[in-house]
Design a protein. Structure first.
Ligand code: TXA
Ligand code: MG
Length: 405
């Protein structure tokens, strides 16, 4: 018998979307907005198709958000959510973020008797819709255990990306969505990143292309409910900075009434928690491209640990470097003989939001150019630079202390 001809490989459908086709009539987080998606537009067609995948086929869809692309499924359907885990190769004990499009959708997910605390009301008013995720008590009657990995809390956020919000609104269901990458890899900030990872091989059937993500690093994950002393804990730094959170929570309060805002690993350690998957990015490998990443940090003037850059990079002939626009490392790397250098500009070092927006694209672009190693120049760990360095430190195999003069 003749072998049957090989089936053509299945690949994802990529549908373009335009944010200008979505109009919100009210942007006040305390009231539900009215959404209008332009009838007859490619965006409306894409949203209808995505909604069909989600609601009828019960399949995950890759969607743009303002932070990174997400791999979304109906958060209230356990078997749809299961496919997120299998598509990503994500460990089952790592819980997901649930995305909502309105205050009433948030309310519908919480235990009926639960009152949202004042701290959260302030944060929601200031930062939703936007790159901030809050932990709430989980109601197992509403949210399947697979979403929370059986935790007593559920992570919820209202994204600001018009396509993400319009899709949630149109589908009339909250969407569980981790970043749309295979587990352990850098997060995707462009539709083509999703395509290269889980689209070209048909692991995901549909990608909505909403252009590059504005923030570029994931949302800030905040636990303002479990600390007995009332501290607000930043489990994962992200698009909303600790400085912004403090400004909102401390305004108009006497110093002794201000809730402390504590950043995990910067302001507190918790060894037990660090073995727990619910401390974002602690237990599992994160953000790593296929080639080793080396973090370059400035050696202090009196430092005895100044590394020789050419020694640290010796043995590699194709080097990738993610450098800030004015980096003195550029000259040093260019003067190294016998190496082929691929550079990617991270933007001005005084503008960490630009660096954040470019970081994952930089890692994925250089990996795609076939480099053997990627050197990443560190930036100041303040503002959104804290989130940038959190990702780079997790991606990096080694730290190299270099002279920057
Ligand atoms: O910006 C974002 O947050 C993106 C977009 C798609 O919204 N999503 C994202 O999801 O980054 P993911 O799954 O890659 O990261 C979510 C993090 C995980 O590290 C997880 O451990 C943590 O949030 N998380 C989820 N539920 C939690 C919970 N109940 N308690 C503590 N951490 C939780
Ligand atoms: Mg992720």
């Amino acid at each position: 018998m003749q072998p049957s001809p090989a089936k053509p490989p299945l690949t994802a459908e990529v549908l373009p979307c335009s944010t200008s086709d979505v109009v919100f009539q009210r942007l006040d987080a305390s009231a539900d907005p009215v959404y209008t998606i332009a009838e007859g537009s490619t965006t409306m067609a894409a949203i209808k198709s995505a909604s069909y995948h989600l609601a009828t086929m019960k399949r995950p869809v890759a969607i743009p958000t303002e932070t990174v692309y997400g791999l979304a499924a109906d958060a209230l359907d356990a078997s749809a959510v299961q496919q997120i885990f299998s598509t990503k190769g994500r460990p089952a004990d790592n819980p997901l973020i649930v995305h909502v499009s309105s205050r009433s959708m948030l309310r519908s997910l919480l235990p009926p008797s639960y009152t949202i605390p004042t701290t959260y009301e302030r944060l929601i008013t200031a930062f939703w819709p936007g790159p901030m995720t809050l932990l709430f008590p989980a109601d197992p009657a509403k949210i399947p255990a697979i979403v929370t990995a059986g935790q007593p809390t559920v992570a919820i956020r209202m994204p600001s990306h018009p396509i993400a919000r319009a899709l949630i609104h149109y589908s009339q269901t909250p969407l569980a969505a981790p970043s749309a990458n295979s587990s352990g890899r850098p997060s995707p900030t462009k539709a083509e990143h999703v395509w290269n990872d889980i689209g070209c091989n048909g692991k995901v059937g549909l990608i909505l292309d909403g252009g590059p993500c504005e923030v570029g690093v994931e949302s800030t994950v905040i636990d303002g409910i479990t600390d007995p002393s009332g501290a607000v804990k930043v489990l994962r730094p992200g698009g909303v900075t600790p400085e912004q959170i403090e400004a909102i929570l401390h305004v108009g309060l006497e110093p002794h009434l201000r809730p402390p805002v504590l950043v995990h690993r910067r302001d507190y350690e918790d060894k037990v928690l660090e073995q727990n998957p619910t401390t974002p990015g602690m237990k599992y490998l994160h953000y790593t491209p296929a080639v080793p990443v080396i973090l370059a940090l400035p050696a202090t003037a009196d430092s005895s640990i100044t590394d020789d850059l050419s020694k640290a990079l010796g043995g590699y002939s194709r080097l990738g470097a993610l450098l800030t626009s004015e980096s003195p490392l550029k000259r040093q790397l260019e003067s190294m003989e016998g190496t082929n250098l691929e550079m990617y500009d991270l933007g001005p070092r005084e503008q960490p939001s630009v660096v954040a927006q470019r970081l994952f694209d930089g890692l994925l672009t250089l990996e795609g150019r076939g480099v053997e190693v990627i050197l990443v120049e560190g930036i100041q760990e303040s503002d959104v630079g804290l989130a940038v360095m959190n990702r780079v430190r997790k991606a990096a195999k080694h730290i190299c202390y270099v002279r920057l003069d």
